[in-house]
Design a binder for this molecule. Structure first.
Ligand code: SF4
Length: 221
């Protein structure tokens, strides 16, 4: 008898179905008012928790919540406010720089292409993917540490790199599932499958995917 989840495709279909049951709604974890404040919030979330970013941004939006106002702010004033998010000198320069470029190149609007987004300071492919999916509703699969870790643990990818993980996940899941699914994987990663390590037998997802697994297995962080 063939094992029910012995292929990446069958594992992916189960993960997609089960995570939708566990998390039918997919609220965006970073508080924001519009595409600009989402872009800045995602930039601030680099090596920082969404919880911490959400604690900091109300004060930042009170200072400036649009590119024109933000471009006028002294960088050290922005840096002072965002310091709790870490990497504040780089992030403050990037926020100031991208605000100016949004005015110069896009009439103050946040662009709707990966190329234009990734040409802004402090905006890499993951940040651009979050904005494309959560601000503009375009299909994207932002791979953060949670998604990179869980995709390996569920044997959906060999995880050589986040780029490889993104390619593998985009191949395994239908495009129309990417936007809600990447959030659901993040929720599951935060709630159950943390970086603290696991022996691969504690929760229903691995127990279902790997029913023959009776002994702890080395799990990648
Ligand atoms: S058993 Fe461990 S590795 Fe597998 S999904 Fe659960 S927490 Fe993650």
């Amino acid at each position: 008898m063939t094992k029910p989840f012995n292929t990446k495709q069958t594992r992916a279909a189960y993960v997609d179905r089960r995570l939708e049951q566990l998390y039918p709604e997919t609220p965006i974890p970073l508080d924001h008012q519009d595409p600009f404040t989402l872009l800045v919030a995602v930039l601030l979330s680099a090596q920082c928790t969404d919880k911490r970013v959400n604690q900091v941004t109300p004060q930042l939006w009170a200072l400036a919540d649009n590119p024109a106002a933000m471009a006028k702010q002294p960088i050290d004033r922005i840096q002072e406010i965002i310091r709790p998010c870490g990497l504040s000198p780089q992030k403050a320069r990037a926020i100031s720089g991208l605000s100016r470029l949004l005015l110069e190149r896009h009439g103050g609007a946040v662009p709707r292409t990966f190329e234009e987004l990734e040409s802004l300071p402090g905006v890499g492919h993951k940040t651009a993917s979050v904005v494309m999916s959560q601000a503009w509703g375009m299909p994207a699969f932002p791979v953060d540490t949670h998604i990179h870790r869980l995709a390996q643990r569920w044997k959906l990818t060999d995880g050589r790199s986040v780029e490889q993980t993104e390619r593998d996940l985009k191949r395994l899941f239908p495009e129309e599932r990417w936007n809600p699914l990447h959030l659901r994987i993040i929720y599951y990663g935060r709630e159950h499958c943390t970086a603290r390590g696991c022996d691969g037998t504690v929760c229903e997802i691995c127990r279902t995917l790997f029913p023959a697994r009776t002994k702890p297995v080395p799990i990648r962080k």
